[in-house]
Design a protein around this ligand. Structure first.
Ligand code: NAD
Length: 414
């Protein structure tokens, strides 16, 4: 039978298994197998050439039993309703794993920001907020940046919401510029969280980060910050890649140089001649492999060729269920996406807390709090996996879904 590469149904399967292991019945799975709310909107935007283009947008809210839903808004041509559903479910899991008082949400607009002017992007961002106004808000559902959206887009969205409400609402959205209530450390939070869990996983495998050979797939926001952090810690980053190919140097790449040369979409390999393919990159002999680009990269086809001791999923969904099984059987420690990339939502939560209290923390305070959350989450999931003799993904889903299930039961929903 062909391997399941569908992120939505494979997420449902692991949630089902996690709820079974936690002792919940089918009614709980019926509630949690997809979002409780899914809004589809059509957003008319005046384009620079005078025409009007109508864009399709979504907002998915998985479950709000614990608290308001939270999750990014992506602007991408491949956005689909099903993808929004899966991503909102992952946000519930991430919030549960790092113990934030949120449920999961996710939004998106089918568009290609690489082909839009700043004016068109601003009108689309404001249009998205007007179209979704009835379901979002600082105590209902709090958006954030995601693929191809950034602090400027968050600023326009926050301004639109505040204008409609007639008062300043910084807590409506996170990932804002610092002057508009953004948090210190938000832009690097995902990579910082990945760095923390890599450190914890390396301890379990007696690997010294200093001198460890690291391979990172993807050199965008997550991958490039991570490459910098790892090389600053003394690791040897021997491979990196982007959508066009990969670079490999067994003696370690010059990350500062590559960061300097990369463009705003995370492309750098096109400047070099001696490149290897992304497939070859994943199979390099290394200590730590970090897929930080796109989904379905480690599958049943290549899982037995992975030579890393530890695989840390910075990207969402880079390893299929079958590949997870193969890696675990081969003794490779797999740190799943819902844990590894939870640093972003954690600092987004810190931003919202600071907005609500109107008092702001230093970068050091944010970092300390992020460390505490990520290390507690890693320990909890690692111990669950060991005690129950299950893989880290199933353990992460069990930890992640438990609180939402309990809150739903206390509220009398199931
Ligand atoms: P990005 O768009 O900034 O960068 C993506 C990188 O992947 C680029 O270098 C791009 O060239 C590369 N890439 C694209 N297609 C590829 C392919 N087919 N093969 C190899 N490389 C390819 O994105 P990002 O924000 O760095 O996100 C990367 C992953 O991490 C995504 O799965 C995202 O959902 C996840 N993630 C990111 C954050 C965050 O805060 N940035 C948070 C949580 C999860």
């Amino acid at each position: 039978m062909a391997e399941n590469l569908n992120l939505f149904t494979s997420t449902q399967e692991v949630i089902h298994e996690a709820l079974n292991k936690l002792g919940y019945d089918e009614a709980m799975y019926e509630l949690l197998k997809e979002p409780i709310r899914m809004l589809t909107v059509r957003i008319p935007v005046k384009m620079d050439d005078g025409t009007t283009k109508v864009f399709t947008g979504y907002r998915a809210q998985h479950n709000d039993a614990v608290g308001p839903t939270k999750g990014g808004v992506r602007f991408h041509p491949m956005v689909t309703e099903e993808e929004m559903k899966a991503l909102s479910m992952w946000m519930t899991l991430k919030a549960g794993i790092v113990d934030l008082p949120y449920g999961g949400g996710k939004g998106g607009v089918v568009c290609d920001p690489r082909e839009m002017s700043m004016g068109e992007l601003e009108r689309l961002s404001r249009g998205y907020v007007r179209a979704t106004k009835s379901v979002v808000g600082p105590t209902k559902d709090i958006p954030a940046p995601d693929v191809f959206t950034n602090a400027q887009i968050m600023a326009w969205m926050m301004d639109e919401y505040s204008q409609m409400d007639d008062f300043n609402s910084p807590g409506f959205i996170t990932g804002k510029p610092i002057v508009l209530g953004g948090s210190q450390g938000r832009d690097r939070a995902t990579a910082e969280g990945v760095t923390i869990v890599i450190g914890e996983a390396a301890k379990k495998r007696n690997i010294d980060i200093k001198g460890a050979r690291v391979v990172i797939q993807g050199f965008g926001n997550a991958g490039s910050f991570l490459a910098k952090f790892m090389s600053d810690l003394g690791a040897k980053v021997i491979g990196i890649s982007d959508a066009h190919g990969a670079l490999h140097d067994p003696n370690g790449l010059d990350i500062d140089y590559l960061l300097d040369r990369r463009d705003s979409f995370g492309t750098v390999t096109t400047l070099f001649e001696n490149t290897i393919s992304n497939t070859e990159l994943l199979e390099l002999d290394c200590d730590i492999l970090v897929p930080a680009a796109i989904e379905n990269q480690i599958t049943a086809d290549n899982a037995h060729k992975i030579k890393a001791n530890i695989v840390v999923e910075a990207a969402n969904g880079p390893t299929t269920a079958e590949a997870t099984k193969i890696l675990t059987e081969r003794g490779i420690l797999l740190v799943p996406d819902v844990l590894a990339s939870a640093g972003g939502v954690t600092v987004s939560y810190f931003e919202w807390v600071q907005n609500n209290q109107g008092y702001y923390w230093t970068e050091e305070e944010v970092r300390e709090k992020l460390y505490a959350k990520m290390i507690a989450a890693f320990d909890n999931i690692y111990t669950t996996a060991q005690n129950r003799n299950i893989d880290m993904r199933l353990a992460a889903y069990m930890v992640g879904v438990r609180r939402t299930a309990e809150a739903s039961r206390f509220r009398g929903w199931v």
